[in-house]
Design a protein around this ligand. Structure first.
Ligand code: BV8
Length: 242
């Protein structure tokens, strides 16, 4: 990874692996979040319609967990890189699949394409509430705008269209460098961003503990924990190490 030059544009996509060392479980592999729960039951609109209480408990547990975790060195490295970019005419875009608030708390500007645990949304009037105070797993939150009985998590479930896709397409078409970090490349359309960046000639880098499903020979694989790999990646981008 050479030092980024003025005019370069770095796009970063993160997944659950970047938050793993902060103590938030990833989705696949041992101890993943989905254990004990079928995806269809807790992360689809059909699951919500079928058993809203189960889905609400699953998300209230994760909303409550945010209060007990902190950003790790990976989050802080990406926030520092964005700040450096502002001072050196390098545009850094951070797109995350994660629904936790750790990138934001580390100081990054984030495009949360799968939504945010902090936000609740009304299915009837589309009113949104950003709060982490209502955490009772047994009590739904009524809509303060229209009185609908229960707000849903403002999370993009399977079968729903991710947020920011138009902006993301523009970002990918103009990127010169792309980093995929902490994602298994199993969920689409996010898994297709690496190939899209490569197809416009971007230099592509991938950090994970093992080769993700969408890794291709042209990608530079940076194996290892994000809390070690990303600070070094950022330092190289900023020319702090050769
Ligand atoms: C859509 C919110 C149409 C929920 C999430 C067949 C083929 C292709 C696609 C499909 C298909 N059938 C169905 C689809 C579409 C479907 C899909 O992709 N299904 C998959 C399972 C096959 N996708 C959708 O439905 C999407 N919508 O397609 O709409 C459309 C599309 C485009 C334009 C218009 C219309 C919506 C998908 C969103 C689902 N919601 N999240 C919630 O979070 O509660 S996805 C969920 O999985 C999370 O967001 C998570 O981020 C994401 C991906 O998981 P990862 O982040 O990658 O985490 P994972 O555990 O898998 O991997 C961890 C990685 O970290 C590993 O690589 C590991 O090595 C690494 N790691 C671990 N520790 C560390 C580490 N790396 C570094 N350091 C560490 N310490």
């Amino acid at each position: 990874m050479q030092r980024l030059e003025a005019g370069d544009r770095l796009t970063i996509l993160t997944g659950a692996g970047v938050s793993a060392e902060s103590g938030l479980a990833t989705f696949r592999g041992g101890g993943g979040l989905w254990e004990g729960h079928r995806v269809e039951d807790v992360a689809t609109p059909e699951g919500w319609a079928r058993d809203p209480g189960l889905v609400w408990r699953f998300y209230q547990m994760r909303r409550a967990a945010l209060g007990g975790v902190q950003p790790n060195a990976a989050h802080f490295a990406l926030a520092r890189l964005e700040q450096w970019g502002r001072e050196h005419d390098v545009r850094v875009h951070l797109i995350t699949q994660n629904v936790d608030d750790l990138h934001q708390r580390a100081g990054s500007t984030v495009l949360p394409m799968h939504g945010e645990l902090e936000v609740l949304r009304c299915e009837r009037c589309d009113h949104r509430v950003r709060e982490l105070t209502s955490l009772d797993e047994a009590v739904f939150v009524p809509c303060p705008a229209c009185g609908h009985t229960r707000l849903r998590p403002d999370i993009v479930w399977f079968g729903e269209v991710p947020y920011g896709m138009d902006a993301i397409e523009d970002i990918l078409m103009n990127t010169t460098h792309f980093l995929s970090a902490g994602t298994s490349g199993a969920v689409w359309p996010a898994a297709g961003f690496l190939h899209a960046a490569r197809s416009v000639g971007a230099r592509t880098y991938v950090n994970a503990l093992e080769a993700p499903a969408n890794l291709e020979p042209g990608d530079r694989f940076l194996e290892g924990p994000a809390s070690q790999v990303l600070p070094e990646f950022a330092a190289r981008c900023m020319g702090e190490v050769r």
